[in-house]
Write a protein that binds this ligand. Structure first.
Ligand SMILES: Cc1ncc(COP(=O)(O)O)c(C=O)c1O
Length: 363
């Protein structure tokens, strides 16, 4: 028997959303709609698709390990130097590396509850102990995180704005106060995966935060508003010294050449980005109004999805929707079995999903 890392017994398997093809096959359904993984229903920018096709010609060549071209583009756009950027296989990869590089094994890592299932996995992988901190009424309260950080001697804190699955976000001023108060021996992973959708003028400016505090690693992604989830590309923004450290331990060529080419084109296509964000925000407003009109409890969302709490186990509702070809996310694995998370889709798809929900609730 080989040695087996004992942390493996502490990590539950990651539960991803059900793929649409799988449901169609399982149930013999003609129409299957997946609004479960907060993807962009418009798809990638047409310019990104063209760049992707062109890049396939170079699929036999390793990509630039330093991702220089994309780093220069992103750096110019967000106002940092290219040495403050680290690209990886999704922002998951960036968060994984940050935890590995700067989380002290054996110590506590604070994770929002409910929150993204990746955080406890990253923490456990490197021998840290995830400590859930509640979001009261699903809203952020950083005083709880500060108390917990001191009580538990945490070395990592994961913050997300907007947060998944609640859609609730942080205020810039509160993040700054927190970073100052918690002290620079605690790494703060500031997960901004849904930042493009956030309409709040007081939303965190992650770049300003990183500039001010060396103990913050901000993470962004091309998976959501940019519509490139299938290509797996995200990045960290941090001080040059931290980026150098994280680069030492990353998988070589983690950001693939096709993704890098598509991302450069996607970044330039601001019209597609704006259209995607508008569609998502209109969709969230549409869902909010209709769910509230049905007397359901909805968490106000700053992202491209909405969390609806039925006040009773939502498994039957989730399954009823599945039977009708609609895949949403049951939040049992997030610790909220009474809730579902619905991604804003195309208007027709939203109508279809709502009609199916009405059928299930009326049934
Ligand atoms: C809050 C949050 N952070 C990060 C991620 C990971 O995104 P990526 O595709 O960039 O790895 C997700 C994915 O759903 C998410 O919800």
């Amino acid at each position: 028997m080989t040695w087996r890392n004992p942390v493996l017994d502490l990590i539950p398997e990651y539960v991803a959303g059900k793929p649409a093809e799988e449901l169609a096959r399982e149930r013999g359904l003609a129409r299957v709609l997946k609004i479960a993984s907060n993807e962009n229903p418009l798809g990638p920018s047409p310019h990104a698709l063209a760049a992707l096709r062109e890049a396939t010609e170079r699929a036999h060549i390793y990509p630039d390990d330093h991702c220089r071209d994309l780093a220069d583009d992103v750096a110019a756009r967000v106002g940092v130097t290219a040495d403050m950027l680290l690209f990886g296989t999704g922002s998951d990869d960036a968060m994984h590396l940050a935890t590995w590089a700067f989380g002290e094994p054996g110590s506590a890592a604070l994770v929002p509850s409910p929150g993204f299932g990746g955080y406890p996995i990253f923490a456990r992988s490197f021998g840290l102990r995830p400590v859930p901190v509640d979001l009261p009424s699903y809203e952020w309260d950083l005083t709880r995180f500060l108390d917990a950080a001191r009580r538990e001697h945490a070395t990592v804190v994961y913050l997300a704005s907007p947060n998944n699955p609640t859609g609730t976000g942080l205020r810039h001023a509160d993040v700054v106060t927190f970073c100052e108060a918690v002290g620079n021996d605690v790494l703060i992973v500031l997960d901004m995966a849904y930042r493009e959708f956030d309409p709040d003028p007081d939303a965190p400016d992650d770049i300003a935060v990183v500039r001010k505090f060396d103990h913050v690693v901000a993470c962004r992604t091309f998976s959501k508003a940019y519509g490139l989830a299938g290509l797996r590309l995200g990045f960290a923004v941090a001080s040059p010294a931290r980026v150098r450290d994280m680069k030492k331990i990353r998988t070589p060529f983690a950001a693939n050449g096709l993704a890098l080419a598509a991302a450069r084109a996607a970044l330039d296509d601001t019209a597609h980005l704006e259209k995607s964000v508008r569609l998502a925000r209109d969709g969230v407003d549409w869902w909010t109004a209709r769910l509230v009109a049905r007397g359901l409890s909805v968490v106000p969302s700053r992202a491209n999805f909405i969390m609806v709490d039925f006040g009773r186990d939502a498994a039957a509702i989730y399954n009823g929707l599945l039977e009708r070809g609609v895949i949403v996310r049951h939040l049992k694995s997030f610790g909220v079995p009474t809730a579902l998370r619905i991604t804003a889709g195309l208007p027709d798809d939203n109508e279809f999903a709502l009609a199916m929900l009405d059928e299930v609730l009326g049934a």
